[in-house]
Design a protein around this ligand. Structure first.
Ligand code: SIN
Length: 537
């Protein structure tokens, strides 16, 4: 299945196309260059505008005294609630420290303790301080700065900014051999081009825009995952949408990207309070306010429901140097009229991270040959049902390196794209975006049930009927959101249990029978099918 788009009016070519300029895309591009491959890096907005730069907390890696990859693995497995792929977790935690050292060698500067050693903090689900951070709470911005400087210094990486990738180009045998793309702002037909390559890497980040409130920027419409789905790739674990427990609550009508209040604020001692001024996490989990993220988000949601209030409170007044330690959060609180050194911060959960995505192997290759996926767009299995805090930048670093190594060692000849005239083409009216987000937040959010999910699916099916034939960025994005929302709801409906960040009010228990991944497929005619596979332990 493909999106309706104009006939490509121009062609470009490289050994490898990398789509996305966050930590996963930049790392893959740099490592592919180190293997002497030519790289075309395509990014939807300005090169530094993806999700990575918004990451506050940091990068988890077993670098501190007494810490070990085994302890990091244990915390990752616990957070993943029985659905992590053990091999993927082993890769992540054992190759993580070296990947971080390489990032430092590429110029990233992390905050230091008074001793001169890298300062390590703690976030939800970690039993040790193992989170590296930079600029206090501006870790993503520093990682992005360092990698971008290296990319911009390399004349073997061609960058196309402000370009939306539409669909994969595939050879007669299905191998991905390029993509169609639109340079935003150039007329919708004449602006469509094709880029050919011997391997394509999707690193387009998250899909937070499927929901009304999210920590993700407006460009996070999951374009790469939707492209892969339409190219026939398997997607997995998409029902596990992680809701960050603490975004700054401003208004019941707030929509779009919301300011994040990093878990590291709780790592430095802040506590959650209800509207009676009582702590509520101590009664729920031994790690209290630093329990894994899904547990904290659910409890905040429960408290909000019980008290009929739109938010809880975060008390960070006990942190002495808040302004210096968390300058970004301080600024966003102050911009909302809250002085976090003196006042409680109103917080509520919002969609934050897709723990699943395009199913890939340990080399990042999807079920469609030639199509690799890295970072949040991928399902490596390392996150299971709930990603451990600060494992995401790490995943981009580790798997970006593995993908480029695998591509370099297995580079095929350039294949010729083949147009399959029997393949269904669709395009959905951009007007569906807001009703889709509202339906998803209402029926497939922190809590779901068969009733709410069936109602959401019915709404999606109605919205999907609003087909148009006038291509453009808003319609391509809306179509992508439609396919992703459909995949999430279908998987969530199928999983008859509660686990990790999938919380069914009609199936409250976690069931051993469900230690399985749900895989979704979309065929050329637009028909969905699903299957289940046991998780590798
Ligand atoms: C945070 O800083 O709380 C977010 C970190 C993450 O998503 O891993």
């Amino acid at each position: 299945m493909k999106l309706f788009a104009g006939t490509p009016g121009w062609t470009t070519e490289a050994d490898v196309i990398v789509i996305g300029s966050g930590v996963a895309g930049l790392t893959t591009a740099l490592n592919a260059r180190a293997a002497n491959l030519s790289v075309l890096l395509v990014t939807k907005a300005h090169i530094d505008e993806g999700s990575t730069k918004w990451a506050q907390g940091g990068i988890a890696a077993a670098l501190g005294p007494g810490d070990s990859p085994e302890e990091h693995r244990e915390d990752t497995l616990i957070a993943g609630a029985g659905l992590c792929d053990l091999d993927a977790v082993n890769v992540l935690v054992s190759e993580g420290p070296e990947a971080v050292r390489k990032l430092i060698a590429r110029g990233a500067v992390f905050d230091k303790a008074e001793s001169g050693e890298i300062a390590l903090t703690r976030e939800g689900g970690h039993h040790r301080n193992r989170i590296l951070h930079a600029g206090g709470d501006a870790t993503g911005a520093e990682v992005s700065r360092a990698l971008l400087a290296a990319v911009q210094n390399d004349s073997g990486i061609e960058v196309i900014e402000h370009a939306l990738v539409i669909d994969a180009l595939q050879a007669a045998d299905g191998r991905v051999c390029g993509v169609t793309l639109h340079v935003i702002g150039v007329g919708s037909s004449s602006g469509v081009g094709r880029a050919l390559a011997r391997a394509v890497v999707i690193a387009t980040g998250g899909l937070g825009q499927v929901y009304s409130q999210t920590t993700n920027p407006s460009v996070s419409t999951g374009d790469g995952v939707a492209l892969a789905l339409r190219a026939g790739a398997a997607v997995a674990d998409v029902e596990f949408i992680q809701f960050h427990p603490t975004v700054l609550w401003s208004d019941t009508s707030a929509a779009g990207q919301q300011p994040l209040i990093s878990e590291a604020v709780r790592g430095e001692g802040a506590i959650l309070l209800n509207h009676q001024g009582e702590r509520f996490m101590e009664a729920v989990h031994p790690q209290a306010d630093l329990a894994p993220r899904d547990i904290v988000a659910k409890e905040i949601f429960n408290q909000m429901r019980e008290e009929h209030v739109p938010h809880m409170w975060l008390d960070a007044t006990g942190i002495d140097d808040f302004k210096e330690r968390f300058p970004t959060i301080y600024a966003s609180c102050m911009a909302n009229g809250i002085d976090p050194e003196q006042q409680l911060i109103p917080v509520a959960p919002a969609s934050h991270y897709a723990s699943g995505g395009v199913l890939v192997d340990l080399n990042g290759e999807s079920s469609v040959p030639g199509l690799y996926v890295c970072g949040e767009s991928a399902c490596t299995g390392a996150h299971g049902a709930n990603r451990l805090a600060s494992n995401s930048l790490l995943e981009g670093l580790v798997f970006g390196a593995r993908i480029s190594e695998h591509i370099a060692g297995n580079l095929p000849e350039q294949s010729e794209p083949h147009e399959d005239l029997s393949e269904q083409r669709v395009l959905i009216d951009p007007s569906i975006r807001i009703p889709l987000q509202l339906a998803m937040s209402e029926g497939a959010g922190v809590m779901r049930s068969a009733k709410s999910l069936k109602a959401t699916l019915a709404t999606l099916e109605q919205l999907g009927k609003r087909q148009i034939k006038e291509p453009g960025v808003k319609a391509w994005e809306a179509s992508n959101l439609y396919f992703l929302a459909s995949a999430i709801v279908r998987s969530a409906l199928e999983r008859h249990e509660s686990r990790g960040s999938h919380w069914r009010t009609d199936y409250l228990e976690t069931s051993a029978e469900w230690e399985q991944r749900i895989i979704q497929h979309l065929d050329k005619a637009g028909t969905w099918s699903s299957s289940k596979v046991a998780v590798a332990k």
